[in-house]
Design a protein around this ligand. Structure first.
Ligand code: UGA
Length: 436
């Protein structure tokens, strides 16, 4: 099928590339001409495993073409996916101006039936607003449908997630719209859940908030573990074996980040309150997440006594492994606090250093993890990249000034650290300390 995708960011580009992989003909639209020039050459403007290869494959196969005009999208695809940004404003209210502008442009250029599908994460009732907007601005008596098809891909495994989803959710109120969506997803081997537009919108926000709640529950439990002498990894393992609970997204750390969970939790609370439903539980997720990082900082400060003029190594800057995305990254919040306290920072990340340098040109960007640790008064781990889990702790010990590690992701080998006589503070675990 001919499909248009408006907005070629993380969601739009991956959607377009994966639909091309499933045999559809795709037009991806973006207003950023520099970005389009790169995409046409097969260059991806952010780090995402497997994306460059698949992009190059389908630019070459001509299954994937690009344009900077939304008008072209209306002409090209019988189905039009809206994948533009919905940035957060105060207390979780989403800025819908990009979505609204796209809806008007679609209306003004509509000549034949089109199925318009919102894929950006949007507040409940957005589908209804898009439908009304198109209805107001359309010229003549042209038929159209509006559907919701939320995406559940994770950065860092976006291609895999999109090609192998647990389920596809389609919120659609017309038989024609449903049959087009079933055709689009015909090549995907998973259940297709058909709901009303509003239910599909809520499934997306509620899923992200539920996962954020589960992580936050583990983070809160980690505090109880620290206070009681229990071990968070043993506790969540024992709990997670209960199939009703499960192990996924149950790892304690320094808090969730990224462009989705923080924004979507706040948005769900905002929408609920707007609809007259109090959301103290949802608001608490966000507050508890922020205080998790604060507690980590306080731990560092209390152990090191004075941070001014201390040299600290940081491993991991991205909000999670396998991405160079820094949006709401816990490491960035920590860097701000440590800098304000007068610490000197030696940082490392396998892919997120160029993006960090734009925000913090004054840090020392290390050539490898051992270089970062060299001469430091302590090492802080913010992202659980595989190279940090596998790092040679003997080399760290040989190059660091004080062999002390604050492991914000419980990813450093505790046994090895103990054998080497290092001090290791994890999250929700008894510290490893050499005998004094
Ligand atoms: C999240 C959802 O997982 C996707 O399903 C959804 O499509 C996406 O948001 C979106 O709305 O677009 P993403 O933000 O890319 O995906 O990354 P996640 O893998 O969900 O991680 C989010 C944060 O949670 C990271 O900071 C990660 O470190 C943290 N996390 C994750 C934990 O602290 N503990 C865990 O056990 C798992």
């Amino acid at each position: 099928m001919k499909i248009s995708v408006i907005g070629s960011g993380h969601v739009g580009l991956i959607t377009g590339v994966c639909f091309a992989e499933k045999g559809h003909e795709i037009l991806c639209v973006d207003h950023d001409k520099d970005k389009l020039a790169k995409l046409k050459k097969g260059e991806v403007p952010f780090f995402e495993p497997d994306l460059p290869e698949l992009l190059q494959k389908h630019v070459a196969s001509k299954k994937l073409v690009f344009s900077d005009r939304t008008e072209d999208a209306v002409e090209f695809g019988q189905a039009i996916f809206i994948c533009v940004g919905t940035p957060s404003t105060e207390r979780g209210k989403a800025d819908m101006s990009y979505v609204e502008k796209v809806a008007r442009t679609i209306a003004e250029n509509l000549k034949d039936y089109r199925l318009v599908i919102e894929k950006s994460t949007v507040p409940i009732k957005t589908g209804e607003r898009i439908r009304r907007t198109i209805g107001r601005y359309v010229r003549g008596d042209v038929h159209f449908d509006v559907a919701s098809n939320p995406e559940f891909l994770r950065e860092g495994s976006a291609i895999y997630d999109t090609l192998n989803p647990d389920r596809v959710v389609v919120g659609v109120d017309s038989a024609k719209g449903e049959s087009l969506l079933r055709e689009i997803y015909g090549g995907f081997n998973c259940p297709i859940v058909v709901t009303s537009v509003g239910s599909a919108e809520l499934i997306k926000h509620a899923s992200n908030s539920f996962l954020a709640l589960k992580i936050t529950y583990a983070n809160w439990l980690s505090r109880l573990c620290e206070a009681s002498g229990a071990d968070i990894e043993q506790v969540v393992h024992g709990m997670g074996l209960d199939k009703r609970i499960g192990h996924h997204f149950f790892g304690a750390g320094i808090g969730y980040g990224g462009s989705c969970f923080p924004k979507d939790v706040d948005a769900l609370a905002h929408i609920s309150e707007e609809l007259g439903v109090d959301a103290p539980m949802i608001r608490l997720i966000s507050d508890t997440n922020k205080s998790q990082l604060e507690r980590f900082y306080q731990r560092i400060e209390s152990e090191l006594w004075v941070l001014h003029d201390k040299t600290l190594a940081i491993w991991g800057l991205a909000f999670k492994p396998n991405t160079d995305d820094l949006r709401e990254a816990p490491a960035l919040r920590l860097i701000d606090k440590l800098k304000a306290a007068g610490a000197k920072l030696r940082v490392h990340d396998p892919v997120a250093m160029p993006n960090t340098r734009k925000l913090h040109p004054d840090l020392y960007y290390a050539k490898d993890p051992i270089d970062a640790a060299s001469g430091a008064d302590a090492l802080i781990v913010c992202t659980e990249w595989p190279q940090y889990k596998e790092a040679d702790l003997a080399k760290v010990k040989a190059s660091i000034r004080v062999p002390m590690i604050f492991d914000g992701r419980n990813c450093i080998d505790r046994k090895k650290a103990a054998e080497l006589g290092m001090t290791l503070f994890g999250i929700g675990k008894a510290p490893v300390k050499p005998a004094e």
